[in-house]
Design a protein around this ligand. Structure first.
Ligand SMILES: *Cc1c(COP(=O)(O)O)cnc(C)c1O
Length: 386
């Protein structure tokens, strides 16, 4: 059986966990490995400050606190995303304004933003779906000189680029996830990249329960106090020890994942004549091997392909359900318009297995099954497939 995802461990995780336990004797947050990981991300991203968090969800919640989101503020984000993107801002009382996906890509339609922006818009949360960059220059153009902050939900986007800029380093704030379904993992885990220096000092305070404890540790103040609101966002050093082992091997992990992605793309390229779409990569975006997906003709075709693959021992899964039409958002009044493309991706998008230990010959067998499915389908229903 080929699973959809299999978390990969490099073998060094246990050693670093042992080190944290035995040598450093530090289990709480902000220990030896946390500092190493944060410094490494500051180097990679060029951020003013990077802070480890329990999850990308927590990093998004920190963002909402940092931006002082209040009831009545509007936050624009794609409707085709994970619930955490929206929850983090809903928790502060924001009104979520959903943006539809692009016709050629599940990411948000950058050109639709201007119409959604109002005098109440505080932030735009950009999600680089499947690690494929949104067109950040177009988004900045739409914002113009308004005072609107860009937050990048970079949960899929480690080691991926917009032009030559790493994703997660472009908005004033960037949020990463190291959940075991992502490329580089620590089980649960996330990181807030503070790219705009004006948020640096306060980000540390929010991270440390609203206290200036970090400044106290650095000897900048003589006692630490409650100075703002905050929470406990810092994970145990064991999480960072696990992550450090992964970061050391990032290049190898990424090369393998990208080679799997390219193999799928090469093997399946002729299927577009059957009316399905393969991932579209704009010239300004890179590939980071986070996800390989197909966009099928309709939900029925997707269900029968899932069934067919499952019968042959391959697990393929769909993804987000359009948030705008979710039961919860409907109780909140929903929004005026339906997100037509987002609904289409909710119904028709199918993700194929992609993980470090997946072998290229396994990718080939998965592709043969898919190609067979379409070739058989054409014989059975010659008129239903263009
Ligand atoms: C996985 C994911 C998250 C949440 O990440 P956690 O680390 O599990 O909180 C948020 N946004 C997107 C787009 C994701 O894919």
């Amino acid at each position: 059986m080929i699973r959809f995802n299999k978390p990969y461990f490099t073998g060094k995780e246990q050693q670093y966990i042992q080190e944290a336990l035995r040598e450093h004797r530090h289990l709480s947050g902000n220990g030896h490995f946390t500092k190493k990981v944060q410094q490494e991300f500051e180097r990679i991203l060029g951020s003013a400050k990077c802070l480890m968090a329990h999850s990308c969800t927590a990093a998004l919640e920190m963002s909402a606190l940092l931006l002082d989101i209040k009831p009545g503020d509007e936050v624009i984000m794609p409707s085709f995303t994970f619930v955490s993107t929206a929850n983090a801002f809903m928790l502060r009382g924001a009104r979520i304004v959903f943006c539809d996906s692009r016709q050629d890509h599940p990411g948000m339609n950058e050109l639709a933003l201007e119409e959604l922006i109002s005098s109440k818009t505080k932030a735009i949360v950009v999600v680089h779906y499947a690690g494929v960059a949104c067109d950040m220059d177009v988004i900045k153009d739409q914002i113009g000189n308004r005072n609107i902050v860009i937050v990048e939900d970079a949960a899929h986007s480690i080691d991926s680029f917009y032009k030559d800029k790493p994703l997660g380093s472009i908005g004033q704030l960037g949020c990463f996830s190291f959940h075991e379904t992502k490329n580089i993992i620590s089980g649960e885990g996330g990181l807030l990249a503070v790219n705009d220096r004006k948020f640096s000092e306060r980000s540390e305070i929010i991270w440390e329960k609203g206290t200036n404890r970090q400044a106290f540790f650095r000897g900048e103040v003589d006692k630490y106090n409650w100075v703002d609101i905050g929470s406990s966002f810092l994970p145990s050093d064991l999480i960072s020890a696990t992550l450090w082992a992964q970061l050391e091997k990032m290049k190898e992990i990424q090369e393998k994942r990208v080679s799997i992605w390219r193999r799928y793309h090469e093997n399946l390229k002729d299927l577009e004549s059957y009316g399905l779409a393969l991932p579209y990569i704009p010239e300004y975006a890179s590939i980071n091997g986070h996800m390989y997906y197909l966009v099928l003709r309709d939900q029925e075709q997707r269900s029968s392909l899932i069934k067919d693959l499952k019968k042959n021992g391959v697990m393929a899964v769909f993804h987000y359900q359009d948030l705008n039409s979710s039961p919860y958002f409907q109780t909140q009044g929903g929004s005026r318009t339906q997100q037509k493309e987002s609904i289409r991706y909710s119904n028709n998008l199918l993700r194929l297995p992609l993980y470090f230990e997946l072998e290229l010959d396994e990718v080939d067998s998965i592709c043969s099954l898919i190609i067979d499915f379409f070739e058989k389908g054409e014989k059975l229903h010659p008129h239903s497939i263009k």
